[in-house]
Design a protein. Structure first.
Length: 197
């Protein structure tokens, strides 16, 4: 069975590979601006579904297609990727020393069956200095990720704790994905590319 990840995220791919799953990657190329909702959980789910469906249309019917999208809810606002360095810096000045909720929508499709679930994780941000913000933003890393931070890269030192699934913050919750795969009638262990000892 072919497994397809409908995401350009290297962190999602790395997470799946570490969990024993080797997907092909097809980037959806969908226009995310067509989804209009202020609810972060619904937005993450709708974007994941949009990406999953777009890639499913390109893949064979019995392929397992996985779509994901993440957004950060902070102070009543929903943050996707920042628009540029100034936006990323402004976000970090607001977020430092405080907490937000990272939502990741997950959508799986196979043989015209589709299941969707959103996971949430509370993220506690360190009270970092203006200089640390400047250097971090200059690295370019926060410009390409929802909420302008990573937990599995340079930004990991600026996260003081989380409440929930660590993988969800990376952009794909393995426990949620296992349950969605089960809804499709598949065992998670059947997706492993390496033999089990």
């Amino acid at each position: 069975m072919r497994i397809v990840l409908a995401s350009a995220s290297p962190a999602r791919l790395k997470t799946l590979l570490a969990a024993g799953v080797s997907p092909d990657v097809i980037v959806s190329g969908v226009d995310e601006s067509q989804v209009h909702t202020t609810d972060p959980a619904n937005l993450a789910a709708a974007l994941a579904q949009l990406k999953c469906r777009a890639v499913s249309a390109q893949a064979e019917p019995d392929a397992l297609v996985i779509g994901c999208d993440s957004v950060l809810s902070f102070d009543g606002q929903v943050f996707g990727k920042p628009s540029g360095p100034a936006d990323a810096s402004a976000r970090w000045r607001r977020m430092r020393g405080r907490s937000g909720v990272l939502y990741t929508g997950h959508c799986v499709r196979r043989l015209d069956q589709e299941f969707i679930e959103t996971a949430s994780t509370v993220v506690h941000f360190a009270d970092i200095t203006d200089d640390e913000i400047e250097v971090y933003v200059a690295s370019g890393e926060p410009l390409h990720v929802a909420g302008a931070f990573t937990i599995d890269g340079l930004g990991g030192a600026f996260i003081t704790g989380i409440e929930g699934d660590h993988h969800n913050v990376v952009g794909i919750s393995l426990p949620v994905l296992r349950e969605l795969v089960a809804d499709l009638g598949l065992r998670w262990t059947d997706l492993w590319h390496r033999p089990v000892a």
